[in-house]
Ligand binder design. Structure first.
Ligand SMILES: [Fe+2]
Length: 307
């Protein structure tokens, strides 16, 4: 895995590039801050059961598996390889992708794109992402969410001498906007945008389909609700490849919980995010970055829709 490590997430306290050709590679490897996959296979099973309203006893009758085997799977014990495909089929998950998730044998390809950087900060027992995206030619920039500590993001913007004109919110759950006030004041009060379906005080509202510019970059808004009422995916073109900042709509190998509506969240992910070009880099609110092409293969929620 480390051998493919061309891009490393920018951590609040650490920023190192891992290059196997460099003499000090052993030293830098110690500081590789690979963001772990957000959801384990058991999270995927439990999230689906909750989202689709499937009880343990229904799952037992659909699979024909004893309840204790299912309970162990739900606790993350990969105890019975034969039971897992049955659970996948019973929950309309992709068998192969769920087995890969259980065997922890996939991690999304790491990529470097000039003008895109991730900032990963702690929140309770988890971590949350914010993104800085800029037009390398003009230096115009925008932030997407804040995370819990936007200090490293501000520092990076200053290092690159960027002119941050906008802060876009993917949704308004606290972990994603926790440092909004400080980020605004540190960056000379850029305009903040939120979806009219999930308005946040003192922000400019937009509706789905509204478009923005960051220098020569184009930003299109897609409402990918379900996890939250106005969850937004920002689709950005003009960098070396297309980028989608998706908030908690979809994760590498999973999706956000369907807090408002699991069915809407699932359908929006399928129709609005996984219909983007395969090479689109996905920037989720939790876990590592991924791509549309990889999610179509390895995301247990969706891989069976592309076979
Ligand atoms: Fe969220």
């Amino acid at each position: 895995m480390h051998g493919q490590c061309k891009y490393l997430p920018y951590d609040a306290s650490l920023s190192f590039f891992c290059d196997q050709n460099k003499k000090n590679h052993k030293l830098t490897l110690n500081f590789c801050t690979m963001i772990p996959i957000e959801d384990m296979f058991e999270d995927i099973i439990v999230k689906t059961m909750r989202g689709r309203g499937v009880t343990e006893s229904e799952l037992a009758s659909r699979t024909g598996e004893p309840r204790d085997v299912l309970a162990r799977l739900c606790r993350g014990e990969f105890c019975d390889e034969g039971a897992l495909p049955k659970v996948a089929r019973a929950l309309n998950l992709d068998e192969e992708a769920l087995t890969i998730a259980a065997s922890k044998s996939w991690y999304p390809r790491m990529v470097t794109i000039e003008g895109l950087e991730i900032f990963n900060t702690p929140y309770r027992d988890m971590r949350v992402n914010a993104f800085l995206i800029w037009d390398p030619d003009s230096g115009e920039a925008a932030c997407f969410d804040t995370g819990t500590d936007a200090g490293a993001l501000t520092k990076r913007a200053r290092q690159e001498n960027l002119n941050v004109k906008q802060i876009f919110l993917t949704h308004t759950h606290n972990d994603h906007i926790a440092d909004l006030n400080r980020l605004k004041s540190d960056l000379d009060n850029p305009e903040v945008f939120s979806n009219e379906a999930e308005p946040w005080p003192s922000t400019t509202l937009f509706k789905e389909g509204d478009a923005f510019s960051i220098g020569k970059l184009k930003v299109t808004t897609l409402t990918t609700s379900g996890h939250s009422p106005g969850g937004t995916t920002y689709y950005i073109t003009g960098l070396q490849g297309p980028v989608a900042v998706v908030g908690d709509a979809i994760f590498a190998g999973s999706m956000g919980g369907g807090i408002v509506s699991f069915a809407d969240a699932w359908e929006n992910n399928l129709k609005k995010i996984l219909s983007l070009p395969d090479e689109t880099i996905l920037c989720p609110g939790h876990g590592p970055m991924s791509s549309v092409g990889e999610e179509k293969k390895y995301n247990p929620f969706f891989a069976n829709q592309f076979k």
